[in-house]
Design a protein around this ligand. Structure first.
Ligand code: SF4
Ligand code: SF4
Length: 350
């Protein structure tokens, strides 16, 4: 069994306390990511690094994999993060998979699709491995022949209550978009009818791709707020600065911080968390007085560990079984998470 680095097991505030202190950290495994061995390891590594929540696809196999990682944490005596499951109230880039038929690819193609895929999902002969694809969309424009298609991958509203009763997560995230207040209400009603207790209901929305301004986004979020109040859910507002792009470059972090700054005076009550384009540079863009509730790391966090995850999978091992790689993976995860856990307090000591 791999050793735990003691730097990663310090005092981590409980999730609610972390939200109120601006120290909350969430790992996004990907609303369409079904790479089960990687998900179990990501949950274990980032859990050991101190994240308060892990967000995964609404898929029983994915949830089982996440719980394997959590079970491992519990066996080490480490705190277990909340499990959040992602849903959508309509078409959304987070809920899609890419596909192509490799038999139509010319033999001399230099395979740009493979090079741009951050998930290692495109292979020489098998096309796209659906379990690894999380729908980032980077391969779509990369193919000079236009062979790559996307297709939707999400639960219908009438599957939600049954699915929630089976998955029993601690929290839910709903990806929403302008003009979908009615569809949002249907999803929330389905969640309420399942009677599964939820600690928070996160609402994810941004400006990008919707042609919105901050006041428009605020109006949409206030509508969602009234809906959550009616059903007695506690909100968590996830501001999606630049969806699925934190691994593209440090500059993507600006979009998330700018959106948070613009929305802070306009948003409904409840914690406002950064996401979308977040990476290791995000914290340095905030002044000491600026206190978002915390941050969600997605593509950048997964990409950081991807070489270690893939090489463990090639050896038929998990990172948890590989002490050397575990240590490297944990150091990487801690480098991303710890600066948020260490943020000086701004008054609230819980
Ligand atoms: S580039 Fe993105 S959308 Fe394309 S296969 Fe890889 S993960 Fe899927
Ligand atoms: S870039 Fe297009 S043609 Fe080339 S390997 Fe990828 S899908 Fe096939």
């Amino acid at each position: 069994m791999a050793a735990i680095d003691s730097t990663a097991t310090g005092l981590i505030p409980d999730p609610e306390c972390a939200l109120s202190q601006g120290r909350w950290v969430k790992l996004i495994c990907g609303a369409s990511n079904q790479d089960l061995p990687a998900i179990a390891d990501l949950c274990a590594v980032f859990g050991a690094a101190g994240v308060h929540c892990v967000d995964v696809a609404a898929d029983p196999a994915v949830v089982r994999a996440a719980r394997q990682g959590f079970g491992w944490l519990a066996a080490q005596g480490l705190p277990v993060p909340w499990l959040m499951v992602s849903l959508s109230d309509g078409a959304d880039a987070h809920f899609r998979k890419a596909w192509f038929d490799p038999k139509f690819c010319p033999a001399d193609c230099s395979r740009p699709c493979e090079r741009v895929c951050p998930a290692g999902a495109i292979t020489s002969h098998l096309g796209i491995l659906a379990n690894r694809c999380y729908g980032c969309g980077r391969c779509l424009p990369a193919c000079p022949r236009g062979l790559i298609q996307e297709h939707e991958h999400r639960l219908d509203a009438d599957e939600i209550a049954t699915s929630l009763a089976e998955l029993r997560p601690d929290a839910i995230e709903i990806h929403t978009a302008p003009g979908r207040a009615e569809a949002f209400e249907s999803v929330v009603s389905a969640l309420a009818s399942s009677a599964v207790p939820l600690r928070r209901l996160a609402v994810s929305c941004g400006l990008e791709g919707h042609g919105l301004t901050p006041p428009h986004l605020s109006w949409e979020l206030w509508q969602r707020h009234h809906c959550l109040r009616r059903h007695r859910f506690r909100p968590l507002w996830q501001l999606d600065g630049r969806p699925m792009s934190g691994d593209v470059g440090s500059g993507t972090a600006r979009a998330a911080v700018s959106l948070w700054r613009a929305m802070q005076p306009l948003a409904p009550p409840g914690p406002l968390q950064l996401a979308g384009g977040t990476n290791a540079s995000t914290l340095s863009l905030l002044s000491w007085e600026e206190r978002p509730a915390g941050i969600a790391f997605g593509g950048m966090a997964r990409r950081l560990l991807m070489p270690l995850l893939l090489s463990a999978q090639d050896r038929g091992e998990t990172l948890r079984e590989s002490p050397q790689d575990w240590k490297k993976a944990l150091d990487l995860a801690v480098s991303l998470v710890q600066p948020w856990l260490d943020r000086p307090l701004a008054g609230n000591s819980c």
